[in-house]
Design a protein around this ligand. Structure first.
Ligand code: ATP
Ligand code: MG
Length: 423
């Protein structure tokens, strides 16, 4: 036992008992995305390091200290993707999907960040993300937001709240940035180390600080909302109008800036008060400059990503029932002839009932022992095949979860008797 290889810290195994909830989340999400015309795209988990450095920004937490970066056998610097947007844009550009086209895309899969592991924060975690390319108007911003609102409703995880903000264009942001730097420099003594560093490298990130003193200071800082250009202001107003008309409630948070450099105009975040400190479940925004920054033609773009671990926790917390995954039927076979006949009967039943979950006992032993295993499997019905039943081409049909009597049936009657149990 001392030789056991340990898993990597912050990287979790997701075990069979937890899987039904994950599959339910994934299936409902796919349905909702497809209902809005989003199509799935799959791209590698490894990319050239340069892709993330160039798209996320050199002075972001992710690029500065969270990436899993290594040199491969050719001497190339590669990075395990910390998020999906950069890879999605890269895939779009590599395959000519973005120029002069509208694309609604979605992706799912593991992401990797070397963060301090804690509840809701892991080093390998999973996201589903949606991205829309080629659309500059506020209606697509609103579509992505109402689509996510619909998803929370479909999943039954109501207590998630929405914050939105507009970051304006890179030019308006540059003007605001100076005002913010002036203000923060005046109050430098109240900044924590992290914020002091950000003041030099990426001052807008100070607005994101979790430090209580910094948050208090930032409440009186000049507001980005006062520096927006007219077009960004109109865009944001139209987005708000569409959300109001759709009945999606939100709070405007002028300090919501999001961590990454590539955002412009709309940014948003869904969070919950049910998960403790790790409260963000889905976030996104517009990134009109990124495609050109990565070598493509200028292409408006917007997207979001949601954290599946946190959504699964919310589903648990809200008591959303996990879909049934226990077997419907457990087949007991005792004796050589019954084993052979039972093997084939199981196949016939699977032919007749494609949704049937049937587990065949392969452990041998007495009826009693096999029935104990049947009970432990959670199956609703035991089918029991001994020497006598096999000779008569009949089978015992024993409900395991209620007091109904065991009956004996001819083999050909079993599918119709099982059908009502298969939901
Ligand atoms: P946080 O503020 O919690 O660090 P973030 O702003 O870094 O989140 P994004 O990069 O926007 O998050 O990713 C989108 C979603 O992915 C988050 O809202 C969250 O649900 C999830 N997420 C991000 N980092 C992790 C992580 N280390 N472990 C689990 N889920 C994560
Ligand atoms: Mg983070």
């Amino acid at each position: 036992m001392t030789n056991l290889i340990q898993p990597i810290r912050g990287m979790n195994d997701i075990l069979p008992d937890a899987i039904p909830r994950w599959q339910h989340l994934e299936a409902v999400t796919r349905e909702v995305l497809e209902a809005y015309g989003y199509r799935e795209v799959r791209f590698p988990v490894l990319e050239k390091t340069e892709l993330f450095a160039r798209s996320l920004g050199e002075v972001t937490d992710i690029v500065e200290k969270e990436m899993y970066t290594f040199v491969d056998r050719n001497g190339d610097s590669l990075t395990l993707r910390p998020e999906g947007t950069a890879g999605c844009v890269r895939a779009g550009l590599s395959n000519g999907l973005l120029h002069n086209q509208v694309q609604r895309l979605w992706y799912a899969g593991p992401m990797f960040r070397h963060e301090r592991p804690q509840k809701g924060r892991y080093r390998q975690f999973h996201q589903i993300g949606a991205e829309a390319y080629g659309l500059a108007g506020p209606d697509i911003d609103a579509e992505l937001i109402v689509m996510s609102a619909r998803l929370w409703k479909r999943l039954g995880i109501a207590p998630v709240t929405l914050q939105i903000n507009s970051l304006g264009t890179p030019e308006t942001r540059a003007g605001y940035r100076q005002k913010l730097v002036d203000y923060l420099t005046l109050h430098q003594d109240k900044l924590d180390e992290d914020s002091k560093r950000r003041l030099q490298s990426n001052p807008l990130r100070v607005l994101d600080s979790r430090d209580a003193n910094v948050q208090a200071l930032v409440r009186d800082a000049p507001s980005l909302a006062d520096y927006l250009d007219d077009e960004s202001r109109a865009h944001f107003g139209a987005l708000r109008g569409l959300l109001d008309a759709s009945g999606v409630t939100y709070a405007v948070n002028p300090r919501l800036v999001r961590g990454l450099d590539y955002y412009s105009r709309t940014v948003f975040e869904w969070s919950t008060n049910r998960l403790g400190a790790q409260d963000a479940v889905c976030s996104g925004g517009r990134y009109d400059g990124l495609v050109a920054q990565l070598g493509g033609r200028p292409t408006p773009a917007i997207g979001f990503a949601m954290g599946l671990e946190r959504l699964v926790s919310l589903m648990e917390e809200a008591g959303v029932p996990a879909p049934e995954s226990t077997p419907h039927v457990y087949l007991v076979r005792a004796g050589t002839a019954a084993e052979a006949a039972g093997f084939l009967l199981a196949e016939k039943l699977r032919d007749a009932l494609p949704r049937l979950r049937l587990v065949m006992d392969c452990g041998g032993g007495s009826f009693g022992n096999q029935l104990k295993r049947a009970d432990r499997s959670g199956a609703r019905i035991a089918l029991i095949l001994g020497e006598n039943e096999t000779k008569a081409q009949r089978v015992g049909f024993k409900p395991l979860r209620n007091s109904a009597e065991q009956v004996e049936l001819p083999w050909e009657e079993v599918p119709s008797r099982l059908a009502p149990w298969l939901n």
